[in-house]
Design a protein around this ligand. Structure first.
Ligand SMILES: C[S@@+](CC[C@H](N)C(=O)[O-])C[C@H]1O[C@@H](n2cnc3c(N)ncnc32)[C@H](O)[C@@H]1O
Ligand code: SF4
Length: 346
């Protein structure tokens, strides 16, 4: 997506900085297709059972997909909530494979019937992810343990019906850090990738999708444990284990996963769209400024600079995160542009 035109002036942490805004294509997008879910994992606050949300209908998402495609988006992850409880999911997947051609992934908690997953494949789904946090007991909570157990069955099923790209999403907490190596080994042996998500929670009230007011997962004294963990993960990855987090991301994880204080660049690295079609600043923040725009605003060229400015203002207001999707999306953009992010003091 060639959203960046000219130079944006952004007040960032009391310093006026000018990001180098030569064209950095945005090629990835995550959508919260629903905020409803059939589980209630303790660590998750994406699920919003009681908050009214004007969920977009199938026809809205079909139009949204056409817009994303026309703006240069290549990969879309359908997230939730639980995507498989969204009624139009199969039709949306089919519409995409027949008429749009985005590289689509669905992330699920595996708790739906086999038939639902098979129908997604019949509709053309080629990327599928299941959450697997633990192999041993209820180290998190009963929901997390249940979806982790069921994930093995669903991933096996998806493999049997020929889905080429399968991934296990694994939330990293102190309680399961010693199980992840085993999960990675088991997944890799079956040709399934693993994607590590450090647990995101912290005290605060401006996040829409973070375990708000839950204690954070890691303390400063966990740093050496995290360093050991990441060194092992990097060695396993370099030895051929199917771990999709980049080495660079893992190298910095002990530094940022404790206080969740990594800051993304102020221009958007991946798009994120809420269930009602509103553009989000990132996984966590709907954003005071960006939430004035929806995916349909992207149709109008005149909105692009305004959207970028709105997102930059929202990101300047954030205490940070260490979500891998954002980190990786920035890495991808650097690679595509062949440049590094450049800050210049005014
Ligand atoms: C929000 S869920 C949506 C997909 C589906 N319902 C599932 O659980 O797989 C996507 C992933 O985010 C993870 N997740 C949820 N809350 C999180 C948090 N506070 N920190 C890190 N990961 C989280 C989930 O465990 C899951 O792997
Ligand atoms: S992590 Fe997934 S399964 Fe668990 S409550 Fe959140 S959306 Fe539902």
């Amino acid at each position: 997506m060639y959203l960046v035109e000219g130079t944006l002036k952004i007040k960032y942490k009391e310093i006026i900085m000018i990001p180098d805004t030569s064209a950095y294509p945005i090629t990835t997008c995550g959508i919260y297709i629903t905020r409803k879910c059939n589980l209630s994992c303790k660590h998750c606050s994406v699920r919003k059972p009681d908050v009214p949300c004007n969920e977009m209908r199938l026809s809205d998402w079909q139009r949204a997909f056409r817009i994303l495609k026309s703006r240069g988006i290549e990969k879309v992850s359908i997230l939730g909530g639980e995507a498989t409880v969204y009624e139009g999911l199969r039709d949306l997947v089919r519409y995409n494979s027949e008429s749009v051609g985005l590289d689509l992934a669905v992330v699920s908690n595996s708790m739906s019937d086999d038939e639902i997953y098979i129908n997604l494949v019949k509709a053309g789904l080629t990327r599928f992810s299941s959450s697997i946090d633990v192999v041993a007991g209820d180290s998190f909570d009963s929901c997390s343990a249940a979806k982790s157990r069921r994930a093995w069955e669903v991933l096996k099923l998806m493999k049997e019906v020929g889905v080429p790209h399968l991934t296990g999403y694994c939330v990293l907490r102190p309680e399961n850090a010693d199980q992840i190596e085993r999960i990675l080994g088991l997944l890799s042996a079956q040709g399934i990738w693993m994607y590590i998500l450090p647990f995101h929670a912290s005290v605060g009230d401006h996040w829409q999708t973070r375990g708000r007011n839950l204690p954070k997962a890691f303390e400063d004294e966990d740093k050496s444990m995290l360093e050991d963990f990441c060194s092992r993960m990097i060695a396993l990855k370099e030895g051929g284990a199917l771990l999709s987090n980049t080495v660079e991301y893992l190298q910095f994880l002990p530094e940022f996963a404790i206080n969740l204080d990594w800051h993304c660049a102020p221009v958007i690295s991946e798009l994120r769209i809420d269930a009602d079609g509103v553009l989000m600043s990132c996984n966590d923040i709907k954003g005071e400024h960006l939430s004035r725009y929806t995916v349909f605003s992207l149709e109008d060229d005149d909105n692009i600079t305004k959207i970028l400015e709105a997102r930059a203002k929202d990101s300047a207001n954030c205490s940070g995160c260490y979500w891998p999707s954002h980190y990786h999306a920035e890495q991808l953009r650097y690679r595509q542009s062949g440049e590094h992010w450049i800050w210049q003091n005014d």
